[in-house]
Design a binder for this molecule. Structure first.
Ligand SMILES: Nc1ncnc2c1ncn2[C@@H]1O[C@H](COP(=O)(O)OP(=O)(O)OP(=O)(O)O)[C@@H](O)[C@H]1O
Ligand SMILES: [Mg+2]
Length: 123
């Protein structure tokens, strides 16, 4: 796993931030794919228009574009995920709640079979 050096300082509710990271990292590990020859997870930030965008990127099973919104709703689990690991389907709903409560946003880009990157901002 690569953790970017010099991550920015952030101010806010530490417990909530940890909860967000825990959920995203647990997913990254869980959905990395059982047969993945070279599992890899990256954590870092990007600057977008002067705003810090955090990301958690994996090279796992990926998500079809049609589900990019749906997975943030409760109890939505994709068929590929059900084969890969156990879950109830609430992790990302909690992440979205926390992030939006803080005035930020969360989104995903992904390609099936190639991996997923979850981005979020906190204001
Ligand atoms: N990193 C990822 N790679 C591929 N699919 C993912 C990833 N993260 C989430 N998903 C998909 O989104 C669904 C919803 O994720 P979410 O974290 O809400 O639930 P879960 O991991 O299934 O269960 P829980 O987090 O409640 O234990 C997953 O079931 C899976 O289909
Ligand atoms: Mg989860």
């Amino acid at each position: 796993m690569d953790l970017q050096e010099n991550l920015p300082d952030i101010y806010g509710d530490k417990k909530r931030f940890v909860q967000v990271m825990e959920n995203l990292l647990t997913n990254a590990v869980k959905y990395i794919g059982k047969e993945n020859p070279c599992p890899h997870i990256d954590v870092g930030t990007q600057d977008r228009d002067g705003q810090n965008v955090f990301f958690v990127r994996d090279n796992g099973i990926g998500i079809e574009e049609g589900y990019f919104e749906k997975i943030f709703q409760v109890f939505q689990r994709l068929p590929a995920a059900k084969k890969t690991g156990e879950g109830t389907g609430i992790g990302l709903a909690i992440v979205k709640r926390i992030i939006e409560h803080c005035g930020g946003s969360v989104w995903v880009t992904s390609k099936p079979g190639e991996g997923s990157t979850f981005f979020f901002t906190i204001t």
